[in-house]
Design a binder for this molecule. Structure first.
Ligand SMILES: NC(=O)c1ccc[n+]([C@@H]2O[C@H](COP(=O)([O-])OP(=O)(O)OC[C@H]3O[C@@H](n4cnc5c(N)ncnc54)[C@H](O)[C@@H]3O)[C@@H](O)[C@H]2O)c1
Length: 337
């Protein structure tokens, strides 16, 4: 069994950019995605791509054996919090049931290192900010529960089968590849920065700011934005750590600094030079006022520092992508304004 890397959900936002970073770093990569949400064109064109489902053991077994996979980065999941509240089963089925079957198939076929895309949603309402990994794990929605469930499944395979596991709990992934050719294209889009730039490009009338009466300096919610390329490189650092003996742990991935919704809108206006109309609406149920990572465990363990350490640097890359692809991948790259 060799050390080739399988990236599930490779046609998605973070998966595709991670695949590019892996290829740029000289790794041999295969991507698996059922294209329920992703975009084939986001992936490096010259890596093997398999259109298939993580819950299909035959497909997974074939991918693992044909491509001699020894390591897995598992991004494939559904991740819309509101949708998970409305339809918990599709989240438990896709993320947890299929995810567990996928892990079992990986273990039976010799995978030794497994990195899971987890989320700050496993913490629920913070009782301490910045949030350390030791914070109580009390998700507030089925999406968060599905990810915490998969962390537990992996912990169990670590104990029983010696699988090396890492749970990377991302805060808010943001920005785009430095080329401006790969970026965020979700449908529906629920993330603040793409919504802001779609508004700047007149694809939307305005940005709805959910909650203007939080106990924060300007009343709007504060989040920790981490650049998607920094996230991608963090996965590589973890896999390299596993080769040197790292066996299991949870890590927060954020830059350790928060920005309010209004701060993000203001900075984005300066980056793109367009007025961004917004309207303050009611709070969304379950949205905590502040989510900021205590990222010291990751910084202390790995030789990794965020290359994009300011909101402005993150926004510049996002704006470049949205300018180039105002209608996402489907619109091609000729929409520059
Ligand atoms: N984007 C964020 O800010 C953020 C924050 C925390 C955690 N995460 C986690 O990171 C991961 C990637 O997020 P993203 O924003 O790139 O999402 P995304 O929706 O862009 O990518 C997920 C990909 O997984 C694929 N997929 C879903 N179910 C599948 C299945 N059963 N079989 C095969 N492929 C399947 C989709 O087609 C899609 O291409 C997810 O697990 C998400 O929960 C994301």
């Amino acid at each position: 069994m060799s050390n080739n890397i399988l990236v599930t959900g490779g046609a998605g936002y973070i998966g595709a950019i991670t695949a590019w970073e892996l290829v740029r770093a000289g790794y041999s990569v295969v991507a698996l995605d059922n294209l329920s949400k992703g975009h084939r064109e986001a992936l490096p064109p010259d890596i093997p791509f398999v259109e298939g489902d993580i819950g299909d053991p035959k497909v997974v077994e074939e991918v693992l054996n044909v491509h001699k996979v020894g390591q897995v980065i598992h991004f494939a999941a559904f991740s819309l919090v509101g949708e998970s509240v409305a339809q918990p089963w599709i989240y438990f089925e896709n993320n947890l049931v299929k995810g567990t079957r996928f892990i079992e198939t990986c273990v039976r076929n010799g995978v030794k290192n497994f990195v899971l895309s987890s989320t700050a949603a496993v913490y629920g309402d913070p009782v301490q900010v910045p949030i350390p990994e030791t914070h109580p794990l009390r998700p507030k929605n089925p999406y968060g529960f599905s990810k915490l469930g998969l962390e537990n499944v992996l912990e169990s395979y670590h104990q029983t089968h010696g699988l090396n596991v890492a749970f990377l709990r991302y805060f808010n992934a943001a920005g785009a590849d430095a080329t401006g050719e790969i970026g965020e294209d979700h449908d529906p889009e629920t993330h603040l920065i793409p919504i802001i730039f779609q508004t700047a490009l007149k694809k939307r009338e305005k940005v709805f700011v959910f909650g203007g009466d939080y106990d924060t300096p300007d009343g709007t919610a504060i989040r920790d934005y981490i650049h998607v390329t920094d996230l991608a490189r963090a996965h590589i650092a973890v896999l390299e750590g596993m080769e040197k003996g790292l066996s299991h742990h949870a890590y927060n991935l954020g830059i350790g600094r928060g920005y309010s919704v209004l701060e993000v809108i203001r900075e984005a206006q300066e980056v793109c030079g367009h007025e961004i109309p917004y309207e303050v609406a009611g709070r969304r149920a379950g949205d905590p006022p502040v989510l900021v990572a205590d990222n010291r465990r990751f910084l202390d363990t790995f030789d990794w520092r965020p290359a994009y350490d300011s909101l402005r640097a993150i926004l510049r890359t996002a704006w470049q992508w949205h300018k180039n692809y105002a209608d996402g991948y489907a619109g091609g790259g000729d929409d520059a304004v």
